[in-house]
Design a protein around this ligand. Structure first.
Ligand SMILES: [Zn+2]
Length: 263
């Protein structure tokens, strides 16, 4: 473990001190509960202190200079996002929240509530956003994206249910916020949970970017707008471990194994 931390710190040193950060960085989180705030603040301060600057998905995929863009996003639907708004403001961070809309539907409670949080395998607080919380997050300048209606495995979902999971979710968010929803992230994030046909369908709905959960270094030319790779940041793991993880290009590993190279 000690050598892993050492290697992480050394990698960071090479990455930040000996040359300017050469890459755009896309990371994502899930819930953001109070006990996670110190680790989250440390992560964002470390990254912004290294020269990364938070940006929105449109700017991120349009960037051609390749230096310093930091795309921070959150998946699913957690009331803890709303409570963390003052923390994000303090950190000078604007982020993108990919929202499941089932918890925003009228009558959502009880059994469906439990089913939703079981499906996203969430172990923490089982409390979702209200529509007013969502509006407030948007009003603070964050971007709201779509993460489907109920977080099903899209790859096994019959075509005639795609509208109900994706088009409906996009429309619900647009109705709540009164603006176009132009960004989407796949539930579960790995390639085996979606398909090329599904990607075409999402593009056809007008999404300008589509994010995966496949870790991939954002180096070289502009990031692929319809396969925006993101690295999961683990708030339970040491900072050094995460700083190593963001250097991992997991695309080939994912192609070979169907899984994320980030543990
Ligand atoms: Zn998700």
């Amino acid at each position: 473990m000690k050598s892993a931390i050492f290697n992480g710190i050394r990698a960071l040193h090479v990455h930040t001190a000996l040359r300017p950060p050469p890459e755009r960085l896309a990371i994502y989180f899930h819930e953001l509960e109070e006990h996670q705030w110190p680790a989250f603040a440390a992560a964002i301060k470390q990254l912004t202190g290294s020269g990364y600057r938070p940006t929105d998905p449109d700017t991120f995929v349009a960037s051609t200079d390749g230096t310093g863009h930091l795309f921070v996003s959150f998946d699913d639907n957690y009331a803890s996002w709303h409570r963390a708004m003052p923390l994000l403001a303090e950190l000078g961070l604007t982020a993108t929240f990919y929202v499941n809309t089932l918890p925003l539907a009228p009558g959502f409670s009880g059994e469906t509530h439990r089913g939703f949080f079981d499906r996203i395998a969430h172990m923490g607080e089982r409390k979702a956003l209200s529509t007013s919380m969502l509006r407030e997050i948007r009003a603070r300048g964050h971007t709201i994206g779509c993460h489907t209606h109920s977080h099903l495995v899209l790859a096994t979902l019959p075509r005639n249910r795609w509208d109900g999971e994706i088009a409906r979710s996009k429309a619900m968010l647009e109705d709540i916020l009164g603006e176009e929803i132009a960004h989407f992230s796949y539930p579960y994030g790995m390639r085996r949970f979606f398909s090329p046909a599904l990607a075409d369908y999402c593009r056809g709905l007008g999404f300008r970017t589509i994010a995966t959960g496949i870790p991939g270094l954002q180096a070289g030319g502009p990031p692929a707008r319809y396969a925006l790779h993101r690295t999961r940041w683990n708030l339970s793991a040491p900072l050094a471990r995460n700083l190593t993880d963001i250097r991992i290009d997991g695309r080939l590993f994912e192609r070979l194994t169907g899984r994320s190279a980030i543990g």
